[in-house]
Design a binder for this molecule. Structure first.
Ligand code: PEP
Ligand code: MN
Length: 340
């Protein structure tokens, strides 16, 4: 395990030799706080993109540019792998850290295929310098909130014998702090890194998320850095410039459970209020429907039906009936106001 906290930084994707080397030199030249551990350069070579019409990555050729980064800056380099062939090529090229992206992480069969190829590549003589194995494998959380799947993937990868790092990137721009908290509790010895770039999808939020990671005691960060972020060929909105990188770093603290629980609570409140706002929006649509057909806004039988159903459910959940009745009544009254 390299000294922590670990910083993995670099562009979403390798676009050109110049872009890769320019970014790597800027990251290597960044003044490093004394507490910072290893700095690793990242660049996607094979990009898992939603649309086939967007940039899919340069491919194998970019591995040569990453070797130049190793030679010119001394930084270890990381790429994303999603197939056995990519594992083979990356290990043969002497890539130091292999990372598995969120889309692959949703598929345990593919993660096993990757784990098996890594084991095979380490055992054979395909690695640089007569078998130098990669430093580590990093694995993002799956695209959906599923701690069990993330944990299972980590277990599959640990069987390669290499160190495994968990990279928390959230789900569809939701942080899902609970997923990382549970993983941390179950696997305290697996280093946990935060990827604020994919978590937020918004470069303005990257520094504060990095600071949150430090407050929560993460073991490092994976951050997308591009020399001209607005012109990036992928993830242009979330990449930061090399000069902003230093502002993102602050020394991780030892976090106790209360801090983690409060972050989870705040996220639940965000979800709750978004759901309430959505409910009100549907109420307004119902209001329009009723108005067009000359129906009464207040339908007491309907409210009694949903209230009774909720009270039965609340009893099963061990929630107090009075509280549930008060909240349902408040929601109903506001819905009526929205419909009028
Ligand atoms: C990436 O790191 O560039 C990437 C594709 O991330 P994710 O798998 O988290 O979407
Ligand atoms: Mn990206």
């Amino acid at each position: 395990m390299p000294p922590s906290p670990i910083l993995i930084a670099g562009p979403c994707a390798a676009e050109s030799r110049e872009q890769v080397l320019q970014t790597a030199r800027a990251i290597a030249a960044m003044p490093r706080p004394a507490w910072l551990g290893q700095v690793i350069f990242r660049a996607g070579v094979w990009k898992p993109r939603t649309s086939p019409d967007t940039f899919q990555g340069i491919g194998e050729e970019a591995l040569l540019w990453l070797q130049q980064v190793q030679q010119q800056t001394g930084m270890p380099v990381a790429v994303e792998v999603a197939t056995s062939e990519q594992v083979q090529k990356a290990i043969t090229a002497g890539i130091d850290v292999l990372w598995i992206g969120a889309r692959t992480s949703a598929n345990p069969i593919q993660v096993q295929v990757i784990a098996d190829s890594i084991t095979k590549a380490i055992a054979s003589h395909h690695t640089k310098n007569e078998n130098t194995p990669p430093l580590a494998i990093a694995i993002k959380n799956p695209m959906h909130d599923d701690t069990d799947l993330w944990q299972g993937n980590i277990e599959r990868l640990l069987r390669t014998g290499l160190p495994v790092w968990a990279v928390h990137r959230g789900c569809n721009h939701r942080s899902c702090w609970g997923m990382a908290f549970t993983l941390r509790q179950r696997m305290p010895s697996v280093p946990l890194l935060l990827d604020p770039s994919h978590m937020s999808g918004d470069r303005k939020q990257v520094p504060s998320l990095c600071h949150t990671a430090a407050t929560l005691g993460y073991d490092g960060w994976m951050i997308e850095v591009h020399p001209t972020p607005e012109q990036a060929w992928s993830d242009a909105r979330q990449q930061i410039s090399p000069s902003s990188l230093a502002n993102c770093l602050c020394q991780p603290q030892t976090a106790d459970d209360l801090i983690w629980l409060r972050y989870q609570m705040d996220e639940i409140d965000d979800d709750l209020w978004q759901t309430i706002a959505h409910r009100m929006q549907i109420s307004r649509q119902i209001g329009q429907y009723k108005q067009q057909r000359g129906m009464e806004v207040v339908q007491p039988a309907r409210f009694q039906h949903i209230l009774q159903r909720r009270l039965v459910w609340a009893k099963q959940q061990g929630l107090p009936a009075d509280t549930v009745r008060q909240i349902m009544t408040a929601l109903h009254e506001e819905s009526i106001r929205q419909q009028q």
